[in-house]
Write a protein that binds this ligand. Sequence first.
Ligand SMILES: *Cc1c(COP(=O)(O)O)cnc(C)c1O
Length: 362
Amino acid sequence: MSNINQTLKRLVRREILELSTYQTISPIDGIQLHAMENPYGWPIELKNTLMDELKAVPLNRYPDGGSNTLKQCLNGKLNLDDSSDILFGNGSDELLLILMLALQKPGCSILTVEPTFVMYKSIAAVVNMKYHSVPLTENFSLDIEKTITAIKQYQPSVTFLSYPNNPTANCFDEKAIEAILQAATGIVVLDEAYHLFAKKSFVPRLTHYHNLLVLRTFSKMGLAGLRLGYAIGNRELISVMNKVRLPYNINVLTQQVALFALKYESLFQEQAAKICAEREVLMKGLQQLSGVIVWPTEANFILFKAPGRARLIHEGLKQQNIFIKCLDEGTPALKDCLRVSVGTPEENQIFLEALKKLNGTH
Ligand SMILES: *Cc1c(COP(=O)(O)O)cnc(C)c1O
């Protein structure tokens, strides 16, 4: 019998063998400021009301495959016209996969910018799409000339822009994005995972740009555990993606909880407002540290740089059970960089105090 590793080497594509498993931190005690989660819970009365609703959910039945009740509810809130449609996924990550599977053809490619959300690149490797990227400028803006040139040169099937961008936290210039939408011969995805904090969106432009697909997620608004995202785009594009989607991808409990969350949407909006206010406090705290460079943010996280000591800070915080993201190991543009999510006021203070000590004599 042959060695399993030899067998896998023969069976599995090189691009997949070379991927590293996405590292997740298992829920642990401590201060979790690494994953852009909403730090606030729900009032107990609301949780009890939800539990009563969930009791009535028939778990012996398959879910509504098209998540139609949920779709109608969102449709009303988004004011979409007949040319647009919505598709749900297990997190927007699944929607990225569905889109790329649908557009996968021999020789095709995707385009994005760097630094950005890493899933665009890893899913492209999984589905065998070539990957191209254009570096952002020094202040993390779009390099519009280079991006348009790349679109003309590679004719990517899809161009991904995170808006605001993760991990740089800024929103790209609207005019530059419009230029990309006009130049693109393929689909342009605007990943609006953080729209609740930026309050900017390309949804109103969907009727004008039929190649535009907007991605949203329930994760960053306060339901990361639910795994629900949605794509909004032209009806014909959504219809193609629907062919690729597995029939019952959104389970009954997720659909019911999401409907419930939309009914109490104001709670999440209040929490987002609190997070935005606290973001300013955290920003000021970081700006006061000597030798630390902080970038502006329109999301629920902040990118900052601690030259020569990012890893030391990351490790030191970890030993105190404070978890943030170290970006130092990846692209050179993020050398010495760290990313911190906005937590509760108490969490942010503990983080800032610990950081101040680790930042030492700087
Ligand atoms: C967090 C994040 C997502 C993933 O969202 P899920 O719905 O949790 O899969 C997508 N895009 C960006 C830019 C993100 O930061």
